[in-house]
Design a binder for this molecule. Sequence first.
Ligand code: NAP
Ligand code: GDD
Length: 339
Amino acid sequence: MKKAIITGCTGQDGSYLAEFLLQRGYEVHGFKRRSSSLNTERIDHLYRDLHEPTQFIPHFADLGDGSSLATLLYEIRPDEVYNLAAQSHVKVSFEIPEYTADIVGTGTLRILEAIRRTGVQCRFYQASSSEMFGSSPPPQNETTALHPRSPYACSKTFAHNITVNYRESYGFHASNGILFNHESPRRGETFVTRKITRAVARIKHGIQSTLYLGNLEARRDWGYAPDYVRAMWLMLQQDAPGDYVVGTGEAHTVREFVEAAFSYVGLDWKDHVVIDPHYFRPAEVDFLQADATKARRVLGWEPTTSFRQLVRIMVEADLQDIGQRVRGGFEQIGAGAHV
Ligand code: NAP
Ligand code: GDD
């Protein structure tokens, strides 16, 4: 049985990847950070009583804590390590840049060093990001110049480069997945797609009237998260490591996402959306659109879900979720407008 470590297993991608690997018979070791309130909602369905046989084994581990990362790595001796943990919010990274650099940048180095110093033979996946392309014009591929535009993107650029460096210096089987935006009903509520679909559901259920947003003109290449965890796994199944751009090749503005989500439930977005400069970023990434030719050719990877299907999946999930919460008395009027 293959063993995998997933850092950031409580996040959107970590939860889908854990499911994907468990379905393929892996023993999955999920690293989660300690928090004062429960942070395991996305993976609760994977837990079994630890006194019974289980293939999903959670561990406390923080990317700020190199010695515990090394200890766990040595004890588990995984075949594959997927580094997904991050302070992943671009706007927040302008507010906590040092922490972002420490976890996203140095945190990646801590894991690579743990692998090197323990001598554990494993393959390594780094969650790189299209944000690293920043102001480089689209379409972006593996040869496009990196011009990061936020502390988050600068930190991901360091993590990306240090992963390449460990591959070249020490012969690691280490790969970067340069993933473009990918979304799902499990997307964090403060990312723009989920913020929109959640607001649409709340407005439809009569408990919110206004949605405050920032820049509607930014363009993103939005795909469906379960497709993207498959690409991560495919990278580590190759004989040779490498770096791969992963995205649909189709870009839409935030405004188009808003229009599609509101119109799906028969609402006119102009009656509800208000622009609030609070959500503008000190420097914006205007246009991301993937050229994923290499991933298609080498990995045989293809996205399965269109932009319209993605919007529908997310709106329907939020309509159902908010509906249940309203009926149960858990969802409150007014709350949720400020994410
Ligand atoms: P996410 O939902 O924000 O999940 C991030 C995960 O990292 C969570 O499990 C989080 O724990 C954990 N984490 C945060 N700080 C940590 C720390 N100090 N120590 C240990 N764990 C920590 O992000 P995602 O959308 O799944 O993305 C997964 C990875 O891909 C991230 O590295 C992200 O930057 C990158 N990426 C994402 C996209 C995208 O469109 N989704 C695109 C390109 C790259 P909590 O649950 O406790 O917060
Ligand atoms: N979050 C947010 N909230 N974004 C808004 C809002 C708002 O109210 N209004 C407009 N936007 C715009 C942002 O300015 C940005 O141009 C776009 O919507 C997308 O923002 P996010 O959904 O926060 O995602 P992101 O593109 O900044 O970053 C995501 O994708 C990266 C890959 O390109 C994150 O998942 C990163 O972790 C990931 O690396």
